[in-house]
Ligand binder design. Sequence first.
Ligand code: MSP
Length: 508
Amino acid sequence: MKKKFYLTTPVYYVNDVPHLGHAYTTIAADALARYKRLKGYEVLFLTGTDEHGDKINRAAKEKGISPIELADQVVSHFQNLWKKLSISNDDFIRTTESRHTQVVSKVFQRLYEQEDIYRGTYKGWYCVPCESFWLEPQLRDGHLCPECGRKTEKVEEKSYFFRLSQYQKPLLDHLEHHPDFVLPPSRKNEVVKFVKRGLKDISITRLKLAWGVPCPIEKEHTIYVWVDALINYISALGYGVNKDRFSTFWPADVHLVGKDILRFHAIIWPALLMALGIELPQTVFAHGWWKIKGEKMSKSKKNVIDPQEIVKQHGSDQLRYFLLREVPFGEDGNFSTPLFIKRVNSDLANDLGNLLNRTIPLVVRHCGGKAPSPADEDKTLEEKIKKILPSLDEAINILSFSEALSCIWEIVKSANLYIDRCAPWKLANQANKQKRLNTVLYNLLETLRVLALLLFPFIPVSAQKIWTQLGMEEDLGSQTLDKAGVWGGLSPGTTVKKGPPLFPRIEQ
Ligand code: MSP
C-alpha cells in the first residue's frame, strides 16, 4: 500500500481577487505535493475558499450583490489562477458547500452536548477585516485592531463560548512532546509563550450575522467564521460521513499557513480537535510575508501585486521559481521587479536555459539527434547527483524550498562546468575523440533528464518541456524518483528534439 500524505493550504477569503501573497502559500504547497508524489506517496492536496463572515457579507453589500454571488465570482478567480500557476490540488473545498456546513453544525452540536461549548455574554471588540475578537486591553490606541491596525467595533451580545482555557495544559504538553508540531522553531517558541500567558474561553458565535453556518442550538446565532473555516480540513475528508477517506488521510501531515494566521492553527484548531478526540496534525508550518518596500502586501495597504500579470508577462514557472528560491521559507521577503528579473535571468535563462540550449543542438549536430552510447567510465555528473539527492530530500522535508533549489542548482552548475571543461564542440572536430564526445553528451543528456524530474515540483511546465526535448515519452507526472531518479534511465538511441529557448532573457 502506498504511503499517504495529506497537505492543506488555508481556505482563502473571497471578498477580493487573489494577490501574490495568496499565490505564495499555494505554490509552496504545490511544490511539496508534487515532490511527495515523486517520492511515491499517495497525496491529498487540499485548498479552497472561506466564504462566510462579515467581511464577505459587507463586500457583497458594497457591490450590490448577494454574498453567494460574490463568492461565486471570486472563487472562479482563484480557480483560474491556480490553473495558470499549475497548481495540482486534488480537492477544492468551498465552506458554503453542504459537505462542509453539515460537519460544522455536527461538530458544534457535539461540543455543546459534551459541554465544551456553553452559553454566555460576550463583551468586547471585533475586527471585521481580520474576523477576530479582541478584549479592550489588547487594542492598540484604545480602539484599533492589534493585528491590522484598523478600527474595531464594540460588541455586547449573548454568545456561545468554547472552553479554550481547559486546553492550555494539554496544548503545552503537546507542544513540548512534538517539536515538529509548529515550524519553524522560532514560531513554535512564540506559540508556547502565548499559551503560557494563559488562554481564555473564546466566543464562537455572533448574533445578527446572517451570512454563516447557523448555530444548531439557537438559529439566531451564527457560528464564528474561524471555527467554521478551520473545520474544512476535516470536512473535506468526510469527517463523520466517510470513515474510510477520513482514516486514510487524517492526521494531516502539513497545514501550510502564513504567520498571520498561525495562532488560529496552532492553538484554536488543536484545542477543537482535542475536544473532539481527534489526533492532531503532524505539522503546522507558518511561512513569512511578501512585502513591498518593507510593508506587508495586502489589499488594505493597496500595495498588492497581481500574480496574473506576472504570469502573463513572464510565465508561471518564472514566478513559482522566484517565490520559492528568493527567500528562505519561513522568513519575510521583499518583492521587487528588478529582483525578480535578476533572479530569473541568472538562474533560469543563464544557468538552466543555457545548459539545455548548449546540449541539445550538439547532440543534433554530432550524433544525428539521437542520444549516444556512453563509452568510458566518467562518473563526474552521476556522482554529483547521487551526493545531492539526500540533501535535497532533507531540505524539502523541512520545507526549505530555497535550500532545495540551491541543491538542484549545484547539479546545474556542475553540468555547466562539465560542458565548459570537456568542450564537446572541440571533441567533435577531432577524429579520434568520437567515443569521448559520446560519453560527454550522454552524461549531459542524462543529467538533464534527472534535472527535469527534480525540477518538476518547482517549475512543472518547463520541466515537462525539458523532458519532451529529451525524447522521453512517458508522462513526467507519473514518474517516481525511486525508479526514474536512477542514473542511466535515458536509453541510447532516443531521439532528442530541439525546442525554442525555455527561458528567454527578460530585458529590464
Ligand atoms: N480565510 C482565512 C484562512 C482560514 S484557514 C482555516 C485567511 N484567508 S486569507 O485569504 O486572508 O489568507 C490566506 C493566506 O494568504 C494566509 O496563509 C496568509 O498568510 C496568506 N497571505 C496573505 N497575504 C500575504 C502576504 N503578503 N505574504 C504571504 N502570505 C500572505 O486568512
